[in-house]
Design a protein. Structure first.
Length: 339
């Protein structure tokens, strides 16, 4: 159970990393993530069924998420539509696109297919029917090894730690690449865009380009997460991205609470830690929540309430800090005026 929690939590952490880019670094709220998560999974599974190698399928799924981010960015910047409304429009369009891609509401990941044939007991044992006249063996169904075809998948679902190791390696690679990118000139411009959009424009850098680029990178990560989630769970579903923005925000806030005083590589580890904690809390609620009347369907409500509580607590804390700073400033001015 712990291994499954770590695996699913880390995959969701990659999605939360995309939410972190839009909400924290870009300061540009985006709801495309609900659609791009499902789009990444749909493209990956559909590509896998068509015979494309699994690595290329994952790449195509991530690119699908990036295209969703590009569409949101262009609608926001070119048509001057609010980023939230642009995300809702793209998310709505992606729902129909996913139905087209999968030719239905869901699509299973191909696993093992085998051609089976009926063989009698004497054929298997090498004897005759008179060797065991009153036996109950009758006919037996077997699969010949030569007919078995295994469709490749990066996950084996054996719960032996190999899937977890692979997911951790992928996640660490993403954080490393993203950390290096944020140190480049373009990365620093994106960070500056989130702090002060007009200041960036005063330096001759187009804020529209930075907004689109940031949305593309964020939704690429979300699409990659959806791709990995579909391969891990064994299916892609048109509803699999529903309320993912709420899950991403909850994971982000959980991670920021835990790592509030540790800012490692621009806080990129916070969404990953938060994703694992969120999955742990979700598993505990599903396993023991029935004792207090909780249902699995209540988790979205509890998640939203958690986000509201965290925002409220942080707002109160900010106001208290502001009052303390104001009092200190007044005391300084009063002491200076006396001297």
């Amino acid at each position: 159970m712990i291994i499954s929690i770590l695996e699913i939590g880390t995959i969701l952490g990659i999605m939360a990393l995309g939410v972190y880019l839009t909400f924290r670094i870009l300061d540009l709220p985006d709801l495309t993530c609900d659609g791009s998560f499902a789009l990444g999974g749909a493209i990956t599974v559909a590509s896998l069924l068509s015979g494309i190698p699994v690595v290329y399928c994952i790449f195509l799924g991530a690119m699908g998420g990036a295209l969703a981010g590009l569409a949101t960015g262009l609608i926001h910047t070119r048509l001057k539509v609010n980023s939230l409304l642009a995300g809702i429009l793209v998310m709505t369009m992606i729902y129909s696109i996913n139905l087209r891609i999968m030719n239905g509401p869901n699509l299973p990941v191909p696993r093992v297919s085998s051609n089976e044939e009926i063989q009698s007991f004497e054929d298997l044992s090498g004897g005759t029917k008179l060797d065991d006249l009153f036996s109950d063996f009758g006919e037996m169904k077997v699969s010949t090894k030569s007919d078995i075809k295994v469709q490749s998948n990066i996950f084996n679902n054996e719960k032996d730690g190999s899937d977890l190791t692979l997911i951790i390696l992928i996640t660490c690679g993403i954080i490393l690449v993203l950390g290096i990118f944020l140190r480049t000139d373009i990365g620093m411009a994106i960070r500056a865009f989130g702090s002060n959009k007009n200041a960036v424009q005063s330096f001759g850098i187009s804020k529209n380009v930075l907004a689109v680029l940031g949305l593309v990178i964020a939704n690429l990560l979300v699409g990659l997460s959806g791709s990995l989630f579909a391969l891990y769970s064994g299916f892609a579903d048109v509803q699999m991205g529903q309320s993912m923005i709420v899950t991403g925000l909850a994971a982000l806030m959980l991670g920021e609470i835990i790592l509030s005083k540790i800012n490692i590589i621009y806080g990129l580890f916070a969404p990953i830690i938060g994703g694992i904690l969120y999955q742990l809390l979700l598993s505990l609620a599903i396993k023991y929540g029935y004792r207090i009347g909780l249902l699995a369907s209540d988790m979205k409500l509890l998640t939203a309430l958690f986000i509201i509580i965290v925002i409220g607590v942080s707002l109160v804390a900010t106001q208290k800090d502001g009052k303390k700073k104001l009092k200190k400033g007044v005391k300084k001015l009063w002491s200076n005026s006396k001297t």
